[in-house]
Structure formats: structure tokens, C-alpha cells
Write a protein that binds this ligand. Structure first.
Ligand SMILES: NC(=O)C1=CN([C@@H]2O[C@H](COP(=O)(O)OP(=O)(O)OC[C@H]3O[C@@H](n4cnc5c(N)ncnc54)[C@H](O)[C@@H]3O)[C@@H](O)[C@H]2O)C=CC1
Ligand SMILES: O=C(O)[C@@H](O)C(=O)[C@H](O)[C@@H](O)CO
Length: 298
């Protein structure tokens, strides 16, 4: 584990809780203290003890020493391209030639981070972007670079799945990947609504938690839009309420709409029977989420 900040410490707890031996490296002078002091809270969130986690964790201010016997290196350094390029040059030079080299980067693509690596190291380097906190939030975005090998990508997916994460492999590199780009659009609109005085910060957060937050924990945006159309599905939804998303200034053509409809119907089915099955599953999950949130708050 390279970098013992917010994300590196969370990953460390998750890796240790999975029974992995974790060596944490960070030049920060308080490395030993921050690892020791962060584990009680992280352990509690994982239902284990700080002692159990610390038994699997060692620390080293030397990056080369920390990665010398690694099977996977998870980089969690500062979000600066030149910094990560230098860090990965050091990691690649010191880590075993079989080790997967992954970055938690929020938005810098692997092709850029690995640009100075030789072919052999670049083939093992990819993005494994978590959502904070990694020990609890399921997603890890697996984004290979142009030179990342298929075997390394598949091995990374298997590794994170075995940790209990939900790996989503992305097929093209875009800055910010997927989840952060979606988050950024929502945050920009949230900033605007608060700055206009439409709602307060707290009211906006309540509105999000009481709607999209609760909904998207059970079904994603496309399945939700499909269900919004009732038995007519997304085809009816676009016809009935789609104008605000596909108007002339949206850049979305009729052919685009048809492509999206076909992909959604291929993924989730269409017609009354598919709708009934999807809606029943959604309701079961939504009730479970609502009840869990109520019990957590009470
Ligand atoms: N904070 C967040 O919500 C999320 C952050 N990320 C990404 O994770 C990475 C780390 O972010 P945070 O943990 O939030 O940052 P942070 O600022 O909490 O931690 C960064 C750590 O890197 C250490 N560091 C600096 N130079 C180093 C070196 N040469 N070798 C090893 N460690 C070094 C620092 O001492 C610090 O402990 C970034 O790439 C960020 O984009 C990804 C998902 C969520
Ligand atoms: O929000 C998260 O947990 C992650 O998606 C991140 O990468 C960072 O928080 C990022 O959004 C900060 O801009």
C-alpha cells in the first residue's frame, strides 16, 4: 500500500481484513501513529478488531522495501500526474515483475500515469478507483491503459471481486472515469441550486437522500428510467417525459434515443411481464434500503 492517507488507510483495513499481509509505505513522519490510530474506527466499520487488522499490517518509510515482495501495489499518493508518474517509476523498479500495479486515482488515466514505464511494467499498470470509503463503498472502477495487458486487467477484476468489491470494467479512458463524472454533474447542479437560493445545503442533501440516493442504491439510472415508463418501459418514458433530456440543444439524436432504448430493452427486457418482475424486485430492494436506513438512524 503506497500512501497512507484517507484512501490508503481504508484500503489497508480492507486488505488486512481479507487476510492479506499489507505493507504500508508513506514518507509522512507520523506513519506508525496514523496507521495505529486509524484502525479502531476502520475495524469497527468492518466488524473486526484493530488488533486483528494490525496483526496483518507492517509499515515502511521505504517504498522500495514496502513493495519488494508485493503481489499487488495499490497507489494512493497525491492526485498529480507528474507525482504519480514518478511514484510508479519507483514502484515498477522495486516491485516483483509479476505484481499488479494499480492506482486509486480519481481521474488521471492509466495511459498517462504509465507513460514513462517500460512495456513490461505498463502491461501490469491500471486504475482501480474506489469510492470513499473503500472499505465500505462497493465500487471499484477498473480502467486499463492503452498498454495494460488483458491478463492483468482480468487478474485485477478477480482480486477486487475476491475482496468483496464490485468491480466495473470500463472500456475507454476518460478523465474522471464514470462515477466521478456522474458525481460532478450532480454536484455542479447542487451548487447552482443552493447558490440561487432554491434550497439550503442541508435541504438539498435531504432531497438527494430521500430520492435519488435511496433509489440508486437499488436500481441504476437506466433501469429506473425504464421502470418510470411503466409497462411501456423506456420507450414510453422517452415519448412521454424525454423531451427535457433529448431536446434540440441536448445533442442527442433520434437515432441515439433508439440506440439507448434498444440497449436498455436488451438488458432489462420489455413489456408487461418484464415490468412486473423488475418492479417487484425494485420494491423489495427499496423496502430493504428504507428499513436499513431507518434502523441506522434510530
Ligand atoms: N479522498 C477521496 O475521497 C478519494 C481519493 N481518491 C484518490 O486516492 C488518492 C489518494 O487520495 P487521498 O487518500 O484522499 O489523499 P491524502 O492526501 O489523504 O493522502 C495522500 C497520501 O500520500 C502520501 N504521500 C505523499 N508522497 C508520497 C510518496 N512519495 N510515497 C507514498 N506516499 C506519499 C501523503 O503523505 C499522504 O498520506 C488520490 O489519487 C485521490 O484522487 C480516490 C477515491 C476517493
Ligand atoms: O467521491 C469519491 O469518493 C471518489 O469518487 C473520489 O474520487 C473523490 O472523492 C473525488 O470525487 C474528489 O473529487
Amino acid at each position: 500500500m503506497v500512501g497512507a492517507g484517507t484512501i490508503g488507510l481504508s484500503w489497508t483495513a480492507l486488505f488486512a481484513n481479507a487476510g492479506l499481509n499489507v505493507t504500508v509505505s508513506d514518507p509522512r513522519p507520523d506513519l506508525a501513529d496514523v496507521v495505529r490510530d486509524s484502525m479502531p474506527e476502520l475495524a469497527a466499520s468492518l466488524g473486526t478488531s484493530a488488533e486483528a487488522l494490525l496483526a496483518k499490517i507492517s509499515i515502511s518509510a521505504s517504498l522500495a522495501e514496502a513493495v519488494a515482495e508485493a503481489d499487488l501495489v495499490q497507489e494512493n499518493g497525491p492526485e498529480r500526474l507528474e507525482f504519480k508518474q514518478q511514484l510508479f517509476a519507483e514502484i515498477a523498479a522495486a516491485a516483483p515483475k509479476h505484481a499488479l500495479l494499480t492506482s486509486s486515482s480519481s481521474g488521471i488515466v492509466a495511459t498517462l500515469i504509465a507513460a514513462q514505464l517500460d512495456e513490461e511494467a505498463a502491461a501490469r499498470m491500471l486504475i482501480a478507483h474506489p469510492f470513499n470509503p473503500p472499505q465500505l463503498m462497493p465500487l471499484v472502477e477498473i480502467v486499463p491503459g492503452e498498454r495494460t495487458s488483458e491478463s492483468a486487467t482480468l487478474a485485477a477484476i478477480d482480486f477486487y471481486r475476491a475482496l468483496g468489491k464490485v468491480p466495473v470494467r470500463e472500456h475507454k479512458e476518460v478523465q474522471g472515469f464514470v462515477a466521478n463524472r456522474l458525481q460532478a454533474v450532480v454536484l455542479k447542479e447542487a451548487f447552482s441550486l443552493v447558490l440561487q437560493g432554491v434550497v439550503t445545503v442541508e435541504e438539498l442533501d435531504i432531497a438527494m437522500k430521500a430520492s435519488l440516493g435511496a433509489r440508486w442504491a437499488t436500481i441504476g439510472p437506466f433501469e429506473s428510467y425504464h421502470l418510470g415508463g411503466g409497462p411501456g418501459g423506456i420507450r414510453h418514458m422517452f415519448a412521454h417525459l424525454g423531451a427535457n433530456l433529448t431536446g434540440d440543444d441536448s445533442g442527442v439524436t433520434e437515432a441515439d434515443v433508439e440506440k439507448l432504448i434498444n440497449e436498455v430493452e436488451r438488458s432489462y427486457g420489455s413489456g408487461a411481464a418484464a415490468y412486473a418482475k423488475l418492479a417487484a424486485a425494485r420494491d423489495r430492494k427499496q423496502i430493504a434500503v428504507n428499513n436499513a436506513l431507518k434502523s441506522a438512524v434510530e
